[in-house]
Design a protein around this ligand. Structure first.
Ligand code: NAD
Length: 307
């Protein structure tokens, strides 16, 4: 099969492409290297440098044939979406519309999108099912939800559209140099580099951490969907507090790490975890790594990295 996977110079996109190529498929990626790096693009993947919101790049692909478009590229920080909402809209939502239109023009029948748990906002109770009310708290989350709705309507043109609401993805390969996205990677990078973690917000906040290999598996399983629009939480169903994330890092490192708590960031959700019954049932997906095992693997990997 031949796939267009956007964002393969980044954490999740690279892991997806690596697995697709390993299974004998061919892949093309578009990445503007804003947070990703060229060395991260898996060997054998055709690389187009530029923006997924660039009309010329999208147009240049119109005569090609892809079995699916897997749209992963995007800016993934709620904080950045407040600094520059227009940039967020172009990168995360305009790009989705342009790629859906491309799929329609080239007769591509499958479209998979990296949506986010942020669409739910602060929900009470904090366990979110796919049908739970969605009240986005950041421009980032508004854009992700809008993308899902574009997909829902485009699916009526015969494109099987799957929105995957990733919860907090973590694991080897996450960017340790970017201190604006990825809770586990930010804390781990600070602990290794400075032996000091400063946390923006309360230690009692909690998240649902899902391991990168399980996220890749969810994407691959979505490729089997043949029609219509559907949306799935990609999560473990387990809430882990910020305090526990910090503790698991401090306990695992062979030196003392100090911890300081500061004010939170705007639009940050307090606590959320997902219900994963739908994806387990519909796509036969499962969680293969719990947080303690996954974090151990990530720390072992991080200690071998230069950043
Ligand atoms: N990591 C998570 O926990 C998480 C959770 C929910 C959703 N997501 C979504 O998953 C996707 C991937 O996240 P990630 O963690 O791999 O982030 P990442 O920053 O590691 O990867 C994103 C990639 O997209 C590229 N990119 C950004 N804007 C672009 C543009 N306009 N044109 C082309 N390329 C562009 C970056 O250079 C980078 O290589 C994002 O859309 C993000 O919103 C991630």
């Amino acid at each position: 099969m031949n796939y267009l996977v956007t964002g393969a110079a980044g954490f999740i996109g690279a892991a997806i492409v690596e697995r697709l190529i390993k299974e004998g498929n061919t892949c093309t990626t578009i990445d503007n290297l804003s947070t990703g790096s060229k060395e991260h693009v898996p060997h054998g993947c055709r690389f187009i440098e530029g923006s997924v919101a660039d009309v010329n790049i999208i147009k240049s692909l119109e005569s090609e044939k892809f079995d699916a478009i897997i749209h992963i590229a995007g800016q993934s920080s709620g904080e950045i979406s407040f600094d520059d909402p227009v940039y967020d809209l172009q990168t995360n939502t305009q790009s989705t519309v342009m790629l859906l239109k491309l799929a329609q023009k080239m007769g591509c029948k499958k479209f998979i999108y990296a949506s986010s748990m942020s669409v739910y906002g602060d929900h009470q109770p904090p366990e979110c099912k796919e049908e739970t009310d969605k009240v986005p708290k950041s421009f980032y989350a508004v854009g992700k939800l809008a993308s899902e709705n574009y997909m829902r309507i485009f699916s009526e043109y015969g494109i099987a559209c799957t929105a995957l609401r990733f919860f907090n993805v973590y694991g080897p390969g996450q960017n340790l140099s970017n201190l604006r996205q990825g809770m586990a990677s930010i804390f781990l990078a600070m602990a290794i580099k400075d032996h000091h973690i400063h946390v923006k917000g309360s230690k009692d906040r909690f998240r649902d951490f899902v391991y990168i290999d399980d996220v890749v598996d969810a994407v691959l399983r979505s490729l089997n969907r043949e029609d219509g629009f559907d949306v799935f939480n990609v999560c473990t169903g387990v809430a882990t507090t910020v305090e526990n994330v910090v503790k698991s890092i401090c306990d695992a490192l062979p030196y003392d790490v100090t911890v300081e708590y500061k004010d939170g960031t705007p639009g940050d959700q307090f606590g959320i975890y997902g219900n994963n019954e739908k994806i387990i049932k519909a796509l036969d997906w499962k969680v293969t790594r719990d947080f303690s095992q996954g974090m151990k693997d990530m720390i072992d990997w991080a200690l071998t990295q230069e950043f």
